[in-house]
Design a protein around this ligand. Structure first.
Ligand code: DX5
Ligand code: ZN
Length: 219
């Protein structure tokens, strides 16, 4: 069964704690946390102090998406802050294998992400090291962008590879997920669907309910 991971990038930071409780009450188990450094992506979001403070109040799985250059510099700190899973970008790491091993050594679930212009082939050598692959369906750096359908072929390819190679990584998709496209994304093989504006714009519980519903209808 596929599940939604709300991205707090689209939350109202003035009411962040309350909104995280709202997503939990709606049955959500994974919280997607977008960290941006102003280098790997143009924008800057938030970092360790925010994660540390929401960790005190939440038992959700913290899926920390590091859109930062050479994330190996900060793995310890994100582990200490309360990450359960850490995703690093193939494009941001000079030694991807070493970075993923370091995440695992910290007892955190390792994941790798590819930007829209990066192929699945570029990460085929690390697929046996990860618990999850994150396919970007928009250029990383901001919420509210339109979904790029080209990402569906990557999801399909990753699904085929995991069957062929008997691997068990999950496939996550991030960017532009909405009620209209969620069905086709799930059909292509995605397990975790990140949604920022789709969850936090408007009434959270209703948004989650209708995303779940659209997922079921399209199955
Ligand atoms: C984009 C982030 C996404 C973003 C998704 O760089 O990685 O997680 O918050 O937002 P929506 O769902 O609004 O496209
Ligand atoms: Zn993200």
């Amino acid at each position: 069964m596929s599940e939604i991971a709300p991205s707090i990038l689209a939350a109202d930071f003035n009411r962040l704690g309350e909104q995280i409780k709202e997503v939990s009450l709606a049955g959500i188990k994974i919280l997607h946390i977008d960290v941006m450094d102003g280098m790997f992506v143009p924008s800057i979001s938030f970092g360790m102090p925010l994660i540390e403070s929401i960790r005190k109040e939440s038992n959700l799985f913290f899926d920390v998406h590091l859109m930062i250059k050479e994330p190996c510099r900060y793995l310890n700190e994100f582990a200490k802050a309360g990450a359960d899973g850490i995703t690093v970008h193939k494009e941001a790491c000079s030694d991807l294998r070493k970075t993923l091993s370091s995440i695992k050594e910290l007892g955190i679930s390792p994941s790798v992400s590819i930007n829209p212009e990066t192929s699945v082939d570029a990460i085929k050598d690390v697929l046996d090291m990860v618990d999850m692959v994150l396919v970007m369906s928009v250029s990383p750096g901001s919420g509210g962008q339109p979904f790029s359908p080209a990402a569906l072929n990557k999801v399909k390819k990753l699904d085929i590879i995991r069957k062929q190679r008997k691997l068990d990584y999950k496939i996550e998709i991030d960017g532009g997920v909405n009620k209209e496209n969620i069905g086709s994304i799930v059909k292509s093989g995605a397990d975790i669907l990140v949604s920022g504006t789709g969850v936090f714009n408007g009434i959270i519980s209703e948004n989650i309910h209708s995303l779940n519903k659209s997922m079921e209808i399209n199955l």
